[in-house]
Design a protein around this ligand. Structure first.
Ligand code: HEM
Length: 488
């Protein structure tokens, strides 16, 4: 009887009852859990079919709406909005004290003000050489393949390069695993991400499992579930660096550029009051930054390389533009020169559109008062979201949306399109690392396509199709290519 009563309440007498959607979804969050967990990260894909069936607003949970009309994106995430992040989602990453997991608007703004300057354009330009150094290392590793008959795994190559950049940038360390063959781009940290990321939906729908696995002493957790072993090991390693710094802050003088720890340990003006500097805070913030700054950039490069190499005309135009701006291969132009190249810029924008950035819809809780979203007044407390993929695949905004067409960003009136490029999200909780990400994308894609001739090895669209675990996980064969140096 209790179940029937709940059914009647949720289906017929709920504030969201007027919105269409599967009845089971309106009744229970297990509906979504089925797609997240049992269907292996298939929720974002399922949402597309729900919108086809039910229209632009779908009730996807007892208290949740998903929007398909691109106007909604700005209403949910744009400047001036105060909707908060949904705790259940953002706590799955086990970095609860990081800015990313904060829901209180005011606290998050203070924390963003603290971290922001570390990733400002000025700060990035000052560390451009650190970024370029890691990209040069990637190119020299890739060039080692030119003497073999083996294709290089570009998926791993780009992910490991962006991980190296963020690790050097934030922590003045290297992420490459000691003693491993650098040719296979194998790396403990990437392996830890691959092992643990698929657990996020389990953690979201069964928070007790997360508490159990991550709360018990490490030796038990790795026996209980090997998939958390990698991340616990990473917490241990980053924790050791933090312990050393907290014990002896003068050790920070031994590194050759400012790290995130220098930044956090510098006393701030009262207006940007610090959280107390604790080991737990530094660890959560550090782990999150490293995650945020690695796969996001790496995946975008993989999608970029796949499409550039699949589209001869794009490849030819890009190589031509790079050769003109960069005649001597050994004298790389600065980021500020590269970012002014129209064709490279168009390729990067189109790659961001096709890669989507974060592929899961980002859940927000409407507040502090009822809010208008896509012309509807949505009650306070409702969970709302709109996946970036829905915006990027909208055929009215981006005609022929599944085709890789940098030209769409060069056509007359294309600046209007910018507001629909939402890979970094928008507004008060948009990406904090956008300046670093853009610098990496320009230097990486510019350098790779100026210096290397890449021939894809058995490319298929499976190389870049993904399962959705906040960021994409590529389950199919990774994208591989044979590598040789460009002729001049
Ligand atoms: C192509 C690369 C990148 C893409 C597409 C991307 C995308 C995003 C998106 C969509 C969000 C919003 C997440 C949400 O609301 O839940 C976000 C947040 C964030 N990103 Fe990025 N990101 C990229 C690179 C980076 C880099 C290099 C860093 C630097 C460490 C970074 C740091 C952050 C941080 C700290 C947040 C949390 C901001 C907050 O919660 O207020 N990201 N990013």
């Amino acid at each position: 009887a209790a179940v029937t009563q709940l059914w009647i309440q949720r289906i017929h007498h709920h504030a969201l009852s007027k919105y269409p959607g599967p009845r089971l979804a309106a009744f229970t969050t297990w509906y979504r859990a089925y797609y997240d967990i049992l269907m292996d990260g298939a929720w974002a894909q399922h949402l597309e079919s729900l919108h086809e069936q039910y229209g632009p607003i779908v009730r996807v949970g007892p208290n949740e709406l998903h929007f398909g009309d691109p106007r909604a994106y700005n209403d949910i995430y744009g400047m001036g909005t105060r909707h908060t992040k949904q705790r259940e989602m953002y706590r799955c990453f086990s970095t609860d004290l990081s800015v990313f997991a904060m829901s209180d608007h005011h606290e998050a703004m203070q924390r963003r003000n603290l971290i922001g300057p570390f990733f400002s354009r000025r700060a990035i330009l000052a560390l451009e050489r650190t970024v370029q150094g890691k990209i040069d290392l990637l190119v020299s590793r890739l060039l080692q393949y030119s003497n073999t008959n083996k294709p290089a795994n570009l998926d791993l190559a780009f992910r490991s390069a962006s991980l190296e950049v963020i690790t050097a940038y934030c922590f003045a360390q290297s992420s490459s695993s000691q003693g491993k063959d650098p040719l296979d781009f194998d790396c403990d940290i990437l392996r830890a991400i691959d092992q643990t990321l698929p657990m996020i939906w389990v953690f979201k729908h069964f928070p007790l499992i997360k508490t159990l696995l991550l709360g018990v002493p490490e030796c038990f957790a790795s026996v209980l579930k090997p998939s958390t072993k990698g991340i616990l090991e990473q917490r241990k390693q980053m924790g050791a660096q933090i312990d050393e710094i907290m014990k002896d802050p003068s050790s920070l003088q031994n590194v050759d550029h400012e790290t995130i720890y220098h930044h956090f340990l510098t006393p701030q003006p009262d207006s940007q009051r610090h959280p107390p500097v604790t080991r737990d805070w530094l660890l959560d913030e550090g782990l999150y930054l490293r995650f945020a700054g690695s796969d996001t950039v790496g995946n975008t490069c993989t999608v970029a390389a796949y499409h550039i190499l699949e589209n001869r005309d794009v490849h030819r135009k890009l190589s031509q533009a790079l050769k003109e701006a960069w005649p001597d291969k050994d004298l790389p132009p600065s980021y500020e020169v590269l970012e002014k190249l129209p064709y490279l810029t168009a390729v990067i924008k189109e790659s961001l559109r096709m890669a989507h950035g974060v592929v899961s819809p980002l859940p927000r809780i409407v507040g502090p008062s009822d809010s208008e979203i896509a012309g509807e007044i949505i009650p306070t407390g409702t969970v709302v979201s709109m996946g970036a993929c829905m915006v990027h695949k909208n055929a009215e905004i981006f005609p022929d949306p599944m085709a890789f067409k940098p030209e769409r960003w060069l056509a007359e009136g294309s600046t209007e399109l910018e507001k629909y490029l939402v890979s970094f999200s928008k507004g008060p909780r948009g990406c904090l690392g956008i300046n670093l990400a853009m610098c990496e994308l320009y230097l990486l894609i510019g350098t790779i396509f100026r210096k290397l001739d890449l021939v894809p090895d058995k490319p298929t669209v499976d190389n870049i199709s993904y399962r959705e675990y906040f960021v994409p996980i590529h389950r199919g064969r990774h994208f591989h290519a044979f590598v040789s140096p460009t002729s001049e």
